[in-house]
Design a protein around this ligand. Structure first.
Ligand code: G3P
Ligand code: MG
Length: 364
């Protein structure tokens, strides 16, 4: 047990190590917060024999709430202060100047998908996107867009009614979080990318149906940009077996597009394991390291970073590609009974607490 090996060791010299923690399947399992997570984050926050704070961030492919809201909830659940400087979720990067999207689309009509009600629209507004629509807005505009869903009174309350879908091109679609109504969202996304462009409205009013045509025939027009913020086909919630994630929605959309148009629609993928997400995370970790005195000893910072995750496809693959260390835990998507993981970690550990002590014992 690594924990025993490290405790009571040299009380003077704290190890030089920084952590990036995945959330679902590592710190939590749906609504369940793992007790090991509370213990080990308390230790890293300074309750240790070195009286030393260790730099760490939380890095999730989850989303759907503002960073401030998630940090408040995580601080309560983990009984440790989590603030925005140490928290990154799937769509956080959509608000970052390191990517071109804010520059390109801050004042352009874009569609944002995912989550419950109007939450992702508000998050997009907070990032600086000023003209945001959702699939429910389209259904509120014309109920025939998707005849199999009756818009609810709750949805009506948050639907925009000022957007003229028949005369306004939508420039981009960003899937912030996991869509709840895949059928409606696939239909609306298909309409936008196959019948619209950055200069052509995708929808027609019932009075003028002839105006719409398949954009594929108008090569001169710039296609709508499609961005997915989380590639996870599966993730670990409270149920004992993995659940479909945003990657499942992406494959549903691309499967229908492929069936109709004999190809997938070109799309940008963000989230773990993509390089953009890990570069953004590494900047956050370096700021944590610089912010904590006594950790200036971290020179080759890549070798001092340990990603602790439950999903080989996102957590381990991304950390390995970023040149970090990676530790695969057995409390989430991956189970040793499945055989070797699809991406080989630096280490494996039964849970997050053992993983942290394993990392510390390696850096002593
Ligand atoms: O929607 C959340 C899921 O895709 C995975 O979240 O915390 O394991 O990256 P996480
Ligand atoms: Mg996970």
């Amino acid at each position: 047990c690594f924990a025993t090996a490290v405790r009571g060791s040299d009380p003077v010299k704290a190890p030089t190590v920084a952590f990036a923690f995945d959330i679902d399947g590592v710190l939590t399992q749906g609504s369940n917060t793992l007790p090991q997570a509370k213990r080990v984050l308390r230790m890293l926050s300074g309750e240790n024999e070195w009286n030393q704070k260790f730099p760490y961030i939380l890095m999730t492919n989850g989303g759907g709430k503002s960073e401030a809201q998630r940090c408040k909830e995580l601080s309560e659940r983990l009984e440790t202060k989590i603030d925005k400087s140490m928290f990154m979720q799937s769509h956080t990067i959509m608000g970052s100047p390191v990517l071109p999207y804010l520059d390109q689309y801050a004042d352009k009509p874009i569609m944002v998908l995912g989550g419950i009600g109007d939450a992702c629209r508000q998050i997009a507004h907070d990032y600086g996107y000023r003209n945001v629509v959702t699939p429910i807005d389209v259904l509120a505009w014309n109920k025939n867009i998707w005849p199999f869903h009756q818009i609810t009174s709750e949805e009506k309350k948050v639907a925009r009614t000022d957007f003229d879908f028949a005369n306004t091109p939508i420039h981009a679609i960003a899937v912030f979080h996991d869509p709840r109504n895949w059928a409606l969202d696939v239909q609306v996304c298909l309409d936008i990318v196959t019948r619209g462009s950055k200069s052509r409205p995708a929808f027609v009013s019932d009075e003028n149906p002839s105006l719409s045509t398949l954009r594929a025939k108008i090569e001169s027009e710039e296609p709508v940009e499609l961005i997915f913020c989380n590639p996870d086909l599966i993730w670990r919630g409270a149920y004992a077996k993995p659940r479909l994630g945003q990657g499942g929605f992406r494959e549903a959309f691309q499967g229908v597009h492929q069936a109709l148009h004999s190809r997938r629609y070109p799309a940008k993928q963000l989230g773990k394991p993509t390089a953009e997400t890990y570069m953004h995370a590494e900047d956050m970790i370096m700021r944590q390291i610089r912010g904590i005195s006594g950790n200036s000893g971290i020179t080759d910072h890549k070798q001092s970073i340990y990603m602790i995750g439950d999903n080989p496809e996102s957590d381990i693959a991304g950390a390995n590609a970023a040149g970090w260390n990676s530790i695969l835990v057995h409390t989430g998507v991956y189970s040793p009974s499945e055989g070797p993981p699809s991406h080989i970690p630096t280490l494996e550990a039964p849970d997050v607490e053992e993983a942290v002590y394993a990392a510390i014992s390696r850096t002593r």
